[in-house]
Ligand binder design. Structure first.
Ligand SMILES: Nc1ncnc2c1ncn2[C@@H]1O[C@H](COP(=O)(O)OP(=O)(O)OP(=O)(O)O)[C@@H](O)[C@H]1O
Ligand SMILES: [Mg+2]
Length: 402
């Protein structure tokens, strides 16, 4: 008897066709720069006004932009820089435009390298000192004879590098130039960065300041609707999906990135399940998946003993309503024995518990237990099941529970 394949290729792939849900999924990925930015008209106008002197070759003021994550800072700046490039071309005025993300290029050398590259100056990847690169850029700029706008997004990554005086140098670069002029745009979502910032840099960058307020639920609705027509086929979204997501994201400090991600993920869930409509149930499922992703990201980045302490907390949370430091110490010791590792001191364990609290994966509360003294009550901020799913994908933690 010959063995017939259970399924031929046609059958196997028969259910896989063109998407029934997404007309264009790319519209909902986070680095997509939309043409319309509802509810940022004022910020756009203000930035255009600040930067417009560049069109008559006069130096615009520096700008410092801040606001919470997902409030449209990057989208607005990129949009306005794009418009400025277009308009300067139309008017035949040469304006240099540089956009850097300091999270990606987080050393002085890399930032300068990027500035050079975007101004068409060839620099070696390594091998030069930072000051040599700086002077090459100054020389190059002198030849360009134009206004150069340098925007540095997520500038806090440079501020954290206390050894770097690059920002200070950049704010003073005009004193090294006579033919060209530089305007700086600094962008951050880290209000603490303001405190670390060298006061001289702060006052220079802050010639103009723009604050991006969080979006409210109605604004988030408009933002989502403005993308729906391009992203989804007609009548695919159940009516309450967008208001539901907008309300959720508004509660979570008005983060448009979160809202857009959630909408895309909900569509992906519906598609995966073979449905032709997206419902609030899909949004709930998408939320869970996002939580697992976030937990996984946090978990995999933790140092070894922090992972084991988190595993102890997760294991205890399965059976106990209240988890306190003493329980964790015992469980942690057990797990270390199982892995053949030396235990850390109780004091260090307690510090790690505080660190986990700071990362946001757990929260702690001091409990006063009368004559038993004080202890800490510890609760997971992520559903235990989701922590467990994240553990499964982590080699060490997975090995603990094999
Ligand atoms: N007004 C808006 N209209 C349409 N989409 C928006 C709007 N504001 C933000 N978005 C979208 O939300 C996402 C996050 O926006 P953006 O990256 O500009 O936030 P951000 O303020 O720079 O956040 P972060 O501080 O984390 O860098 C992007 O996909 C962006 O396109
Ligand atoms: Mg940004």
């Amino acid at each position: 008897m010959s063995l017939e394949p259970l399924m031929n290729a046609q059958n196997l792939f028969s259910h896989i066709g063109q998407s029934k849900i997404f007309k264009n999924r790319a519209v909902l990925v986070s680095d997509f720069v939309p043409v319309h930015l509802p509810h940022r008209e004022t910020e756009i106008k203000r930035l255009v006004q600040i930067l417009s002197p560049a069109l008559w070759q006069s130096r615009p003021n520096n700008v410092f932009i801040y606001g919470l994550t997902g409030t449209g800072k990057t989208a607005v700046v990129r949009h306005v820089l794009g418009m400025l490039a277009e308009e300067s071309k139309r008017r035949n005025v040469d304006v240099g435009i540089v956009y850097i993300n300091a999270k990606k290029d987080d050393t002085s050398y890399r930032v300068l390298f990027q500035i050079g590259r975007q101004l068409n100056l060839n620099l070696p990847f390594t091998g030069l000192s930072v000051s040599e690169v700086y002077f090459r850029i100054v020389d190059h700029m002198e030849k360009l004879k134009k206004v150069v706008i340098i925007s540095i997004d997520e500038i806090d990554y440079l501020v954290r590098d206390t050894n770097s005086n690059l920002l200070y140098k950049l704010t003073r670069i005009n004193s090294d130039l006579s033919n060209s002029q530089v305007t700086l745009i600094g962008i951050t979502n880290d209000t603490k960065a303001l405190e670390y910032l060298d006061p001289r840099v702060k006052s220079s960058l802050g010639e103009e300041e723009l604050v991006f307020a969080p979006y409210n639920a109605d604004q988030l609705k408009d933002i989502l609707y403005s993308r729906c027509n391009d992203a989804f086929f007609e009548n695919v979204l159940e009516e309450n999906v967008v208001p539901y997501i907008a309300a959720l994201a508004a509660k979570d400090h008005g983060d448009a990135r979160k809202a857009v991600d959630l909408l895309r993920k909900a569509g992906e869930v519906a598609e995966r399940e073979g449905r032709d409509k997206v419902s609030t149930e899909d949004v709930k499922e998408a939320l869970k998946e996002i939580e697992v992703d976030t937990a996984l990201e946090v978990v995999t980045k933790l140092p070894l003993h922090s992972k084991i302490i988190l595993a102890s907390i997760a294991e205890l949370s399965r059976t106990k309503k209240i988890v306190v430091t003493g329980d964790i110490l015992l469980k942690y010791t057990l797990l270390c024995n199982k892995l053949g590792l030396e235990v850390l001191t109780p004091r260090r364990v307690s510090e790690i518990i505080n660190e986990l609290d700071m990362v946001g994966i757990i929260s702690t509360k001091i409990l006063n237990r009368g004559r038993y003294g004080r202890t800490k009550r510890i609760a997971l901020n992520v559903e235990v099941d989701n922590i467990w799913k994240a553990f499964k994908k982590d080699d060490l933690l997975n090995s603990l529970y094999q």
